[in-house]
Design a protein around this ligand. Structure first.
Ligand code: UD2
Ligand code: MN
Length: 615
């Protein structure tokens, strides 16, 4: 409401004189900047064009120059989350039972959080704005003294409808873990979030409590690509560091990035992207890999070639990478502008990471992953936001990439995505002239010199297959720490499978404990592992059907080794020892305390129906 009102006011009250003034300024500004910068960027060309040619796009041009629109006044209330988070510090790197769901209100908050953000809001809010995280760097990176660095960074964080606790934990992690002299500022770009109240609260919090953090807002939703360009135009540091809005930076994350850029201003650097588990918020180390892509123009991770894998300096040495994932990288501001910023004809999400990667390598730069810089990111299973312009923005953006950068190799993309033939990808002439102006090399050169591992359709397979996008941990052999019967305390009954121990999807039930026969030794014997799995008869894992449905049954599934639905921790709730599944926030519960009673997952209330032992 507030926002609509202020926009209206803006449009009718000062809109017309403002437009005239901005039109005038826009033209002289463009000329000024073209003179300052060696290469005028695609954005400026497009902005000028759109001003002259497409009236409906006038606002779009203006927003790169104007101040960000403000809400009319203060937010009515600062919510609980903010007040609590201000004073709290979560000092452990282990999350224990933070995700426990013990009331219908908890359950509601958790479910709504998944809906809105596609990760566990309950845990994120309970952690607050500060927490300790494990230092995931190779020991070779630690304890080194850094040289004097003659650069400073503007950290640009664009967000659309982000959960405040996730965003502000990132902001505080940057403030807490970056040397003051190297951090020029943090720029928060609100890409016209529609959660008005939260957006206003974030702005108020930032203005009241944080120095060196600028809050700017796009007047209308731009998508992450144009929002980043918008943010970069507000930056005054020598280096731009882009981060997704649900990250946390790790110890000494900034120094390696800046040092490398100061050695070579045309090197674009990427930290290792550690994994923040979307269900549990646990911070986990990622393996060292490179960025690649497939011919459908999806980003993927590739193994390191053997010579790099066996290099004794691995872990501390830069890893040249054919592409970047997109969300986290640093480059010199002057180089960002010189190289043509981003393709601002791209919409909302997707493809810009491959575009900038190709551009960097083909136009004389370099792209590296720096293993001594670590930043965690919440990898989600889905994008929780919509797209106001409709259509498949990844498809449109990828078509722009293929047509500008891929020369004759674009046919492989079109073959993979035949639907692309009929998609309008807009005008790419600015980007084609940029490519010419920068005298960029061919895509064939890029494939031969930068990405020789890539298999071109029709050519022989040369190298090992790619890794999947989300880097699941490798399946390890289970390490058993304890074994025995899983007993329900009050009834002294034992948990076993409803079917044979090797039957997948079988539900779990209670039975009279059989401690005498050989069959009982097997069918009621549970093995607890270091990874918090409970494996029946060393065969199948205790698993839950689904984390969010109201009543989910416990069942046996093949062990997948990535925790989640198969992780169980012993937790004390109201003096009762319960088996808590962090991924669902729920506890193992009986339907009834008699033989044949089933086991389900329920709110952790600490009742007798949830009290178990392994003995
Ligand atoms: C990955 C990248 C992401 C981007 C994307 C391809 C990582 C970790 N993330 O997807 O940065 O390169 O691939 O385009 O490599 N946002 C806006 N406005 C919008 C939509 C999104 O500001 O209209 C923000 C969003 O709040 C987030 C960032 O852009 O901070 C990236 O979006 P995402 O997290 O949904 O992308 P992700 O991680 O799936
Ligand atoms: Mn992201």
């Amino acid at each position: 409401m507030r926002r609509r009102f202020s926009l209206k006011c803006c449009l009718f009250g000062i809109g017309i004189p403002l437009t005239v003034w901005l039109t005038f300024n826009l033209v002289s500004w463009d000329l000024k900047l073209s003179a300052n910068w060696n290469q005028p960027s695609g954005l400026k060309l497009r902005a000028r064009k759109s001003l002259l040619v497409r009236k409906d796009k006038t606002n779009y041009s203006i927003e790169y120059r104007g101040n960000s629109p403000q809400f009319g006044g203060q937010c009515e209330t600062i919510s609980e989350v903010f007040n609590k988070a201000l004073v709290k510090r979560y000092n452990s790197t282990v999350l224990n039972s933070l995700g426990i769901v013990s009331s219908p209100e908890d359950q509601k908050a958790r479910d709504e959080g998944y809906q809105k953000y596609a990760f566990n809001e309950l845990i994120s809010n309970r952690i607050g704005f500060h927490r300790a995280i494990p230092d995931t760097r190779d020991p070779k990176c630690r304890g080194v003294s850094f040289p004097t660095i003659d650069l400073d960074a503007s950290v640009i964080i664009c967000f659309f409808n982000e959960l405040p606790s996730a965003l502000l934990r990132l902001v505080h992690s940057v403030l807490d873990r970056s040397p003051k002299q190297l951090l020029k500022e943090i720029i928060l770009v609100d890409d016209s979030s529609t959660h008005d109240d939260l957006s206003c609260q974030i702005e108020t919090y930032v203005n009241q409590h944080l120095q060196n953090v600028k809050f700017v807002r796009t007047p209308e939703r731009q998508g992450l690509i144009r929002a980043r360009v918008f943010g970069s135009h507000h930056a005054s540091g020598k280096v731009l560091v882009f981060l997704d809005s649900h990250c946390e930076v790790n110890t000494d994350w900034l120094e390696p990035l800046l040092i490398r850029i100061s050695q070579d201003p045309k090197t674009v650097v990427v930290p290792v992207i550690d994994i923040i588990n979307h269900d549990t918020m646990e911070y986990q180390s990622s393996p060292l890999v490179k960025g690649g892509f497939n011919w459908g123009l999806h980003f993927r991770w590739d193994h390191l070639p053997a010579n790099e894998r066996n290099d004794p300096k691995l872990g501390a040495k830069p890893i040249p990478s054919p592409t970047m994932a997109g969300g986290l990288f640093a480059m010199k501001k002057s180089y960002f502008h010189q190289l043509g910023e981003y393709d601002v004809g791209m919409e909302i999400w997707g493809g810009e990471n491959l575009e900038i990667s190709f551009r960097i390598w083909m136009c004389g730069g370099r792209l590296e992953i720096l293993p001594c810089s670590r930043v965690g990111h919440i990898f989600r299973k889905r994008r929780p936001y919509g797209n106001p312009i409709g259509g498949d923005t990844l498809m449109k953006n990828s078509l722009r990439v293929a047509n500008v950068w891929m020369d004759e190799y674009k046919k492989y993309f079109l073959k993979q995505r035949p639907q692309a033939e009929n998609v309008d990808y807009g005008d790419i002439s600015d980007r084609l002239s940029l490519r010419k102006r920068l005298s960029c090399k061919s895509f064939q050169w890029y494939l031969q010199n930068i990405y020789p591992e890539q298999v071109v359709p029709g050519e022989d397979v040369k190298n090992s297959p790619p890794l999947p996008h989300h880097l699941p941990n490798k399946k390890k052999k289970p390490v058993v720490i304890k074994h025995g019967r899983l007993k329900h305390v009050a009834s002294s009954l034992c948990v076993q499978s409803e079917k044979e121990v090797y039957t997948k999807k079988a539900l779990l039930t209670l039975a009279v404990c059989d401690e005498k026969t050989l069959a009982g030794q097997k069918s009621q014997m549970w093995f607890e592992t270091v990874d918090n799995e409970l494996i029946l008869a060393q065969m199948l894992c205790l698993d839950v059907e689904s984390g969010t449905t109201n009543k989910s049954y416990a069942r046996l599934m093949k062990c997948h080794g990535i925790q989640g639905s198969q992780a169980w921790t012993w937790t004390n709730k109201n003096g009762v020892s319960v088996l808590y599944n962090p991924a669902s926030g729920r506890c193992l519960t009986l339907t009834s305390a008699r033989p044949g009673g089933y086991l389900t997952l329920n709110l952790c209330t600490g009742t007798k129906k949830q009290e178990f032992t392994l003995s």
